[in-house]
Design a protein around this ligand. Structure first.
Ligand SMILES: [Zn+2]
Length: 339
């Protein structure tokens, strides 16, 4: 079989980077999606957690620097709960699941994924930066852009070369946004400025363990890289109430295998994306754009079951054919050609 090579359009990347640079002020502030009705909250962590120190250090980063008075306590909670999970079927190392109604956060559940954080490269300070990141989501903060590595709300923990990718403490800008969300004076009117109107529902905000800077790095991390067409929208798969596990599946008819088992050609594989609905509750993932029937795609995949795969870092691993050219569904960077 002829060796296949992925070519990225360098000019397209440079063009989109310069576009981003020119449109993004150096200290662009992080955006928000909602806020708690009360700025004093207690986050509960199971006493059995091996990461209690990381959780309380992450909370302290916000408590000591902002007006959000977040204390940590041992125990469980149905309102504000942080606990560890071990899940090898995802590429996130941390996840915040929160409920928003009319712009008010009513519930937050935060996870550390010990499948990743048990690795030595997750030092205590990296783990505290990661819990600080997820706790930042639970306060109402969205992700920053890729260029803003000075914010703790940068979406990635490590670069693919192993260096840390995000700031381990809230930036002055992160702090200012939280202080604006939670004014100290009780008389001050709730400040809803900058809160994007967001549909009521349950939302998933992950932290990705690794940032793959280009298609070559993505391809190295992937077990399977294919070109194909969405042949069926299979709907949601879930266990009712297990919101981080809500997912939506499609069938892909593979037309070309770029990396992995060549026997996949002309076969169907199942691709699972985060977020889904049980008919009553809809769970939205901020990093997952669900694929639609007949879309032509190039996918960088991790295997999670016999014939089931997830895109690496969700939208980061999906390129969509638009007019004969494949563009990344998250950042619109062009995948020039695959031959
Ligand atoms: Zn995040």
């Amino acid at each position: 079989m002829r060796k296949k090579k992925l070519l990225v359009s360098v000019t397209a990347i440079l063009a989109s980077l310069s576009l981003l640079l020119s449109s993004t002020p150096a200290s662009a502030t992080v955006t928000t999606f909602g806020k708690w009705a009360n700025r004093t909250q207690t986050m509960y962590v199971p006493s059995s957690s091996a990461n209690f120190t990381a959780w309380s250090s992450g909370a302290a980063k916000w408590r000591t620097n902002t007006s959000f008075n977040l204390s940590t306590s041992q125990g469980s909670s149905s309102i504000y709960y942080a606990y560890d999970v071990k899940n090898s079927s995802v590429t996130w190392d941390g996840l915040c699941t929160y409920t928003v109604a009319n712009g008010i956060i009513t519930k937050a559940t935060i996870n550390l994924n010990t499948y990743y954080t048990q690795d030595n490269k997750y030092t205590s300070s990296i783990k505290a930066g990661l819990t600080g990141h997820e706790i930042g989501h639970s306060l109402g903060l969205n992700h920053t852009s890729l260029l803003e590595t000075s914010s703790i709300m940068h979406p990635y923990t490590f670069n693919s070369n192993g260096t840390p990718a995000r700031a381990l403490n809230p930036s002055s800008s992160d702090i200012a946004v939280v202080n604006q969300l939670y004014p100290i004076l009780p008389a001050a009117a709730p400040d809803s400025k900058g809160i994007a109107s967001q549909e009521d529902g349950i939302y998933l905000h992950p932290s990705w363990s690794v940032y793959y800077e280009d298609e070559e790095a993505l391809s190295q991390a992937a077990e399977l890289v294919v070109k194909g067409t969405v042949s069926k929208e299979k709907g949601s798969t879930l266990k009712t109430g297990d919101y981080p596990g809500y997912s939506t599946e499609v069938s892909i008819t593979v037309s070309e295998v770029i990396k992995g088992d060549p026997a996949c050609v002309n076969q169907q594989i199942t691709v699972s994306q985060m977020g889904g609905t049980d008919g009553v509750v809809t769970v939205y993932s901020d990093s997952s754009t669900h694929l639609k029937k007949e879309q032509e795609v190039v996918l960088f995949l991790k295997k999670i079951g016999a014939n089931t795969f997830i895109p690496i870092n969700e939208d980061d691993g999906i390129f969509l054919n638009e007019g004969g050219t494949f563009f990344n569904i998250a950042n619109n960077i062009e995948l020039n050609s695959i031959e």
